[in-house]
Design a protein around this ligand. Structure first.
Ligand code: MF3
Ligand code: CO
Length: 251
């Protein structure tokens, strides 16, 4: 595996800016979630916000991906393609995953929201997924090992009986959207690389109510839970420091 990059002080400033702007994009997108809105409308708002900040959407045209945001509804895990005819309805859950480039540096973050009133089981899935990220980043500090993060996420999620998605993982991030290392969200026997200050990582648990098995739809992108159970996603771009990790994509 190629070496994991350590960002310089100047690069970290740009990553911080890329992260803060993306946090604002997510705050605005959250306001667009309501019954009756199409997933395409969310994409339009997202692209306008990113460009309005003078940044570039990094998902758009990534390996041919046709939008600025992935909008994944209910049993869709990730990479849902926005569509005019996909209308959000009361009771749905929707994951928004998006990122941007600021002066050559990438940020990446995802959130799952309820549309109007949602079931208690859906609320719980969203909350456990979010909390698993925070459990993971307790281990995200210099001197710990990469898989301490993976194991902390898994140890938190498994007692709920949920399925952790194995086929998609978190990643390093910087001058590219996806850099080494891969960051699995399921139990690891090896410790993985030692974490160092200046690493920037996108940590992103994807959790299903049922099993963690997934299928790919014929559109070539959308990943769904194999058993059609609800799925949630929570992701932030994080800076490793000698102390507390800095979550770059939260305000
Ligand atoms: N957000 C995904 C990730 O976290 C990347 C999506 S790539 C796209 O790694 F092409 F689907 F946009
Ligand atoms: Co990511």
């Amino acid at each position: 595996m190629a070496a994991v990059t350590i960002k310089s002080a100047e690069e970290i400033e740009k990553m911080r800016r890329a992260g803060r702007l993306l946090a604002r994009v997510h705050e605005e997108l959250a306001k667009a979630i309501r019954p009756g809105v199409s997933t395409k409308e969310i994409d339009t708002v997202c692209e306008e916000l990113i460009r309005g900040y003078g940044c570039t959407p990094n998902f758009l045209n990534y390996e041919g991906y046709p939008a600025s945001v992935c909008v994944s509804v209910n049993e869709e895990v990730v990479h849902g393609i926005p569509r005019k005819d996909r209308i959000l309805r009361e009771g749905d859950i929707v994951s928004l995953d998006t990122g941007l480039i600021y002066q050559g540096y990438h940020s990446d973050a995802a959130r799952t929201y309820g549309v109007g009133q949602i079931s208690q089981e859906a609320e719980k899935l969203i909350e456990v997924t979010r909390e698993s990220f925070f459990q993971g980043i307790m281990m995200a500090r210099a001197g710990k090992h990469l898989h301490d993060i993976s194991n902390a996420i898994a140890d938190y999620v498994i007692p709920y009986g949920y399925g952790i998605v194995h086929d998609l993982v978190g990643h390093g991030i910087g001058t590219k959207l996806h850099e080494p290392p891969n960051i699995p969200n399921f139990p690891q026997r090896r410790r993985g690389i030692r974490l160092k200050a200046g690493m920037t990582l996108a940590i992103e648990p994807m959790i299903n109510i049922g099993t963690g098995e997934v299928d790919w739809l014929d559109d070539g992108w959308t990943v769904v839970s194999a058993d059609s159970s609800l799925s949630a996603h929570y992701e932030n771009t994080v800076l490793i420091t000698d102390g507390e990790p800095e979550i770059l994509t939260l305000l």
